[in-house]
Design a protein around this ligand. Sequence first.
Ligand SMILES: O=C(O)CCC(=O)C(=O)O
Ligand SMILES: [Fe+2]
Length: 837
Amino acid sequence: MEPTIMNTINGQPIAEASTIDTPNDIVMNDTVQQDHTNNPLPLSDVTDNTVDSSVVAACGVEIIDSCENSIAELKDTKHLKREHDGDSEDATDDSTKRTCTDIVRFSETPSGPEVFARSRMALCESVPYFRSYKSSLYTQKCVARGFYMDGAARDQDIFKAQVVISSVGGGRDLDEDKKRVRVGDMSDTSLQYRAIKQTMDERTLIPVIVGRNHPFWPVDVPHNFNVLDYFYITDVWAELNAVVTKPSAKEAATPTDKSDADHETKMIRVFCFRLEKANLQKHSWWDPNPTSYDSKEILQAGWACLNHNCDAFFKDSEGKKITNVSYNDVFLQERTEYIGPIPSIVPSASVDAVNGIGLYGADLYGSEAVYRSGIVCSCGSCTSRVFWNRWSCEHCGKQVRTQMVPYPKDLLKAEADLFNKTVDRLRKANRIPANTLATKLDMAAVKHREVGAGLYKVSQFLLPDGSGKIIGSVTVLRASQTICERGPDKMFDTLSVSDIGLRRNAVSGGDGANEGLSRHFGINWGAPYKFGVTVDSKGFSDAPETILQAVQQMRWAGTTAVPMAEGFIAEAVGRDGADVEEANVDFNECLSLGYMESDMIHYHDDGEKECGPTVATISLGAPAMMSFRPKKKSGMEHVVSVPPKAKGKDFCAVLSFPLFHGDITIMHGSRIHGLYEHQVEPAGGRRFALTCRYMDPAKMKTDEERLQAKIGGALPARANKYIYHGDGHLITEGVLKQDTVTQDTAIQHHNEQEAGNQDIASLGTLTQGTVLDGQFQDHSIQKTDETAHTNDRTEKDIGNHHADQQSATVQSTLERYNFRSRKTAVNYKDEDAFPTL
Ligand SMILES: O=C(O)CCC(=O)C(=O)O
Ligand SMILES: [Fe+2]
C-alpha cells in the first residue's frame, strides 16, 4: 500500500509550526505534574503554557527544513514505514528521517497510535492541537483544541474504544500519597468549563491524547504520549463527587463530630464531559477487545459481543449463549440528535400532484413513470394510479386528475427509431439475418417466412408441439405510414386523451392488504372476457367509436391472416404435419389494454376454455417486444433448441419480435395456448393493445353469461362505417408472384363467415383484390432484398426525420427509455440463456 505523505497536519501547513503561536488562552489551574511519568518532562523550565519560543523556534526550524527537504525523497521511499514501537525513535540514527517518518501516514488501520511523542515538548512543538505544557486542556479562543489525560483521572471516568468520560477544572493539591486530588468546587466561570461548553456547542473536533501513566487506561500504551483520535464533546454536566482531603490547619484544630482529625470527606462540584470518537468506522487501536469494539451494551443481562464473526458473539460473561434477550433501559432511553435537514414525510411530488402543481413538465405527457406511481393524498392515504386519467383516493374519495396530454408524433417516432436500434443489436447477437422480423428465433422449432405484401408487410411463424407437429401460427401485419395515417394515428390520439374506463385491476390478494394490481390498465368491450384478472366489461353497444373501428380492422386482419397461415403450413409441413383448427374468425369481444411507461404484460396464455382459436391484437403507440416461450410442462425439450435456463426453471423465449404502431398480430390455433405463453413489453411512454377474441357462448356456464355474451358481443350498426378492407390495398403475399395468387378462396371464406354470423351486424362483403390466398413461395430467411421485409418502417415510411431535428424534449424523454434498451442489450450477451425482454 502506498504511503501518503502529509505536509499538512490538521489542515495547517507544517511550515506554520515554525511560527510559534502563543496560545490565546493559557490554562493555569488544572496543571498536571509530570512527576509520575517514566520520562519526566523538563517542566521546571516552563512556568506556564507560554512556549519558550527560543527553544521551540530553533527546534521548529530544524524540523521544517529537514521535512521539506526529505518529502520528495520520501515519496519514492516506499520502504519507509512508521514505527509504532516504543523504540522507534532509535530505529535510525538519521534524525532527518526520523522526523519525517512522523509525518508519513499509512492508510491501513494502525495497530498503534498514528502520532505519539516521547516528551511533552516534542508533542507540543510538533502538533498544532496540543501546545499546553501544563494543562490537560489546550484551548484557543475559549475553545478546546486538544485534551490530554494522564494521572489525574477520577474513579468514575470511562475509557472505551469510542467513548471517554472525564472532567476538567478545579484546584488540586497533593494528598498524603502525593496524588493530586481536587480540593474545591469547580467554578462555572473557569476557562476550562467555558471552553468545553463552547467546544460542545460548536461541535469542534479535538484530538485526545493519553499518557503512559494513566491509572485506568484499559490497555498498555506504547509511548509516553499517545494520540488517540479525533473526538467531539457530546455532553457537559456537573456532578457532586466525594473527595477525601487533608483538613486545613484550622479545621484540624477544631475537629467536628463528622470528620476525624486527619481526614475529611468533602462533596465538591466537578464539571464532567463525554467525548465520542468522530470516526466510528475506524478501528480504535486502544480498544482492549478489538473484535467487538463496536458492540454497545444493549442487553439487560450485561455487555455481550454483537459482532457475528466473533467467537464471543452473543455470549454472556461465562461464555454461554444468551437466550433471553431484553434490552437495557439505557439503550432504550438513549437519544441521539439527528444533525441535518429532515425532509417531509409526505413526498413533495405528492403535494404538488394533489395541489395540481408541477404535473406537466415540457417533456411529460401524463403517462410517464412519474405519473404512473402512487401519490399520498392530502388525507394521508397512499393512492395508487389505478385509473388511466386520475388518482382516486380510496380513503377520502378525492380525485386528482392528470389530464392526459396528446403524445407527440415525433416522440413516438424517436421511440421507434431507438427501439429499432435495440432490435438490430438483438438480431445480431442472435445471428438472425437482417430483414427478418424476429429478434429471437429458435430456428430448429419455429418456422418462419416474410412476405412482401402491399402496404402491409407480413411475417409468419409456425409453432410446433412436442412431437414437432405445427399447432398454430403467429402472423404479424406490419402497418405502413399511410396505413397509420388512415386509422391507427387517430385511434391512438383518441384513446390517449379520453377516459374509456381503463383501469388497473386486482391480480392477487383480493382487495385487502395484499392486493396486487395489474401492470397495465384494462377494460373489456363486447362479450365478457374472464381471465386471471377480473376486468370491467361493457357491451359493444356502449363501445367508443375507436373500439368499433379497431374491431373491424382486426376482423379483416383475422380473415386475411388465417388463410395465409394455412397456406404456409400446407407448404411447409403439409396437412399431416400440422394439428391446427379450422379458421373461425368471429370476434365478439375486444379487450383494451393501456400501458404507461414501464408497464407490460407478463407471460400468460389466452387459453380460456370459451376462447376461439384466433386472437388478433392491434398495437397503438410505443413499440414493444412480443415473446413466446414453451410452458414448463409442455414436453418441448426435444423440439426447441433453447433449453430451460436450469432444471425446473422456465424455458427461454423461442420467438421474439418487435411490434410497432399500427401493427396487427394474429395468433391462430388454440393449442398454442396449451403449450406456449406470451408476453409483451413496451419500450416507450404510452401504448395501447386492443385484442379481439371469440368467446363461445355455448361453452359458458350459466344462461346469464350466455345472454350477456350474445347481447354484449353483437356489434351495433354504427360499426358498419368502419368496415375495413386492408385499406383498399392488396395483401399480396410474395410481391413478385402477385399475379399467381388466387383470391376467390379467401373471399368466399370470408363471405361464408359473414353469412353464418347471426349476432354480428352485416359487415359487407369483401371485394376482389382485397384478400389474397393460395400459393406461397418459400420466403424463408434467405429472401432476396427485393422481397425482403425490413424492420425499418420508421425510417423508410415515416420520413427522414433526422436525429438532430428532434426536439430537446424528445431527446430528454428518450433518455429515460434508453436505459431499458441498454439493459436489454447488456443482458443479452449470454446467448445460451435468452433473457426475457
Ligand atoms: O399488449 C399486447 O400486445 C398483448 C396483449 C395480450 O397479450 C392480451 O391481451 O392477452
Ligand atoms: Fe395475451
